[in-house]
Design a protein around this ligand. Structure first.
Ligand code: NAD
Length: 507
């Protein structure tokens, strides 16, 4: 049963129907915006942005706080829409799609003024005698935001608030799988009093995303798969516009011999199963040192067996959000089993539920010949490999096309940090998992096929601006004519400044 399908549209438009992954009932239909509509949205956004950029940070922040008020007041509505659309566990709708957007908006509403305040500095070295540099963080203009389905509110709200606080307008192309969440964001921003056209949603598919890149935007903020990220990067390169690419991952967990196994087991189960495993920095591979392997395994097996799935009552692990992802999860599992992996818990669809539920799964005897250990699975699966020692764990962790995040578990925090530094990833947690995106001070972004650039924090916020240096001359200006004497003076000056110890004090 397809959750997202193409249906006949009026006058040649591309039209889609979305169904609940829990009940398979239709929950909405939409038309993909035409190219002309996307271009018109960008043009309207550009007009709105000019006015918005004139507002002070305090005035922009006041709107953001009203947006927080809206989210707090209408949280039941947000939870309902997200759960209906994705089938994720209600608790995860609360933590990911209500708490995290509030935290992100509050963070930037409070701090954008400080992070983007103009600075005036004296340049280093001899230039400092004659010049000053004023750095002004200018908005880019209109940001095109393209988002995925796994965190339909937070993955839109977090870049949205950063772009807006930096003085930009945003045109948003949400995932075709989660169009209702985007409509809700539109309604929340409108009720918060965001000026008309400053944030607009253009519903659609991949073609609509491509049209947005081509519609005259000044930056693309993209979150999605590596395969699409490559196309987006090429299209942005063609148009010479900046882009941040937050892409997929295959995060590794390393359990050292001296790990607190109770804590590590909880981290493994949650890291692998939260958001039904549809978490970009969810734990997809677990490497456990031989000496603690059996004890660790016993704990994760017990905990995984205790996880509840339900389409009506309390639920720990929700539905798979759409059938295409279910196909990938099932393909990876059957490939692993064919190649010798052993399933200890779960391993397939939940036979007691009619919706798209995959059982929380523990699988062992896995290796790097299996798709389960190489490609992004995005399912509630603990794939566990026994290793000789921490060096082997690190080598295997780094043996991946991806490099988003990862985690290391040890009671020796210095050793944990040493191993973390050697992981070829955008970020790492020691004795925790998957929290990097939720800590705005930590710039977030992958290496290798997991992305280009970073979002969040001061660095991410500044990515929505052009740092504009204004050089202010205090005195002195080089002038013609060039003469033999001026050349000799310059060469003497070079010898003095760079060729002597005293001179180097002024560089
Ligand atoms: P996807 O790449 O299929 O789609 C992402 C978005 O891109 C959608 O809105 C889609 O319509 C649009 N799109 C598709 N083709 C396009 C094109 N040619 N030009 C422009 N836009 C196009 O990804 P998905 O399946 O929606 O999301 C899951 C992926 O997102 C996973 O790989 C996951 O790891 C990744 N993800 C990464 C992060 C992160 O921060 N690194 C966060 C969440 C999800």
């Amino acid at each position: 049963m397809a959750i997202f399908e193409s249906i006949p549209g009026d006058s040649g438009r591309r039209r889609y129907r979305v169904q609940s992954p829990v009940t398979f009932e239709p929950i909405g239909e939409f038309d993909a915006a035409t190219k002309d509509e996307v271009v018109a949205a960008v043009e309207r956004a550009r007009k709105a942005q000019r006015e918005w950029a004139l507002l002070s940070f305090d005035e922009r922040a006041a709107v953001m706080w009203r947006l927080v008020d809206q989210i707090v007041e209408r949280q039941e509505e947000i939870i309902d829409v997200v759960v209906k659309e994705t089938g994720k566990a209600r608790s995860e709708a609360i933590s990911m799609e209500v708490f995290s957007p509030c935290a992100a908006i509050a963070y930037y509403a409070k701090r954008a003024k400080k992070f983007l305040a103009p600075t005036v500095r004296r340049p280093a070295g001899i230039m400092g005698l004659a010049k000053k540099v004023k750095l002004v963080y200018k908005p880019l203009g209109v940001v095109g935001l393209i988002t995925p389905w796994n965190g339909p509110v937070v993955l839109a709200m977090s870049p949205l608030v950063q772009a807006l606080m930096a003085g930009n307008a945003v045109v948003h192309k949400p995932s075709e799988v989660t169009p209702l969440s985007a409509l809700l964001i539109d309604s929340l921003t409108e009720a918060a009093g965001l000026p008309d056209d400053l944030y607009q949603v253009v519903q659609g598919d991949g073609q609509t995303g491509a049209d947005l890149i081509d519609a005259g935007v000044d930056k693309i903020s993209f979150t999605g798969s590596a395969a699409t990220g490559r196309k987006v990067a090429a299209a942005c390169g063609e148009r010479l516009i900046p882009v941040t690419l937050e892409l997929g991952g295959k995060d590794a967990m390393i359990v050292c011999a001296d790990a607190d196994l109770d804590v590590a087991a909880k981290g493994a189960v949650m890291g692998s199963c939260m958001n039904t495993g549809h978490y970009c920095c969810g734990t997809e591979r677990i490497y456990v040192v031989d000496s603690v392997y059996d004890a660790f395994l016993e704990k994760v097996v017990d905990q995984t067996k205790a996880l509840r799935q339900s389409d009506t009552g309390e639920c720990d692990v929700g539905a798979v959000f759409w059938d295409k992802q279910m196909d990938i999860i099932e393909r990876h599992m059957s490939d692993a089993v064919e190649k010798g992996a052993k399933v200890l818990v779960g391993g397939g669809r939940n036979p007691d539920l009619q919706g798209l539920y995959f059982q929380p799964t523990v699988v062992v005897d896995v290796d790097h010949d299996m798709a389960l250990m190489r490609e992004e699975t995005f399912g509630p699966i603990l794939a566990i490999q026994k290793v000789r020692d921490e060096d082997e764990a690190l080598a295997l962790a780094n043996d991946s096309e991806y490099g988003l995040d990862g985690n290391v578990w040890t009671k020796d925090l210095e050793k944990g940090a040493r191993i973390a530094e050697k992981m070829e990833t955008g970020g790492v947690c020691v004795n925790d998992m998957a929290v990097t995106y939720g800590i705005p001070e930590a710039p977030f972004g992958g290496v290798k096929s997991s992305g280009v650039g970073q979002v969040n924090g001061e660095v991410g916020l500044r990515g929505y601006t052009h740092p504009h240096p204004i050089i202010i001359g205090k005195k002195g200006q080089a002038s013609y004519p060039y003469t033999q004497k001026s050349e000799e003076q310059m060469q003497g000056f070079i010898r003095l400044l760079f060729g002597t110890k005293i001179g180097r004090l002024f560089t």
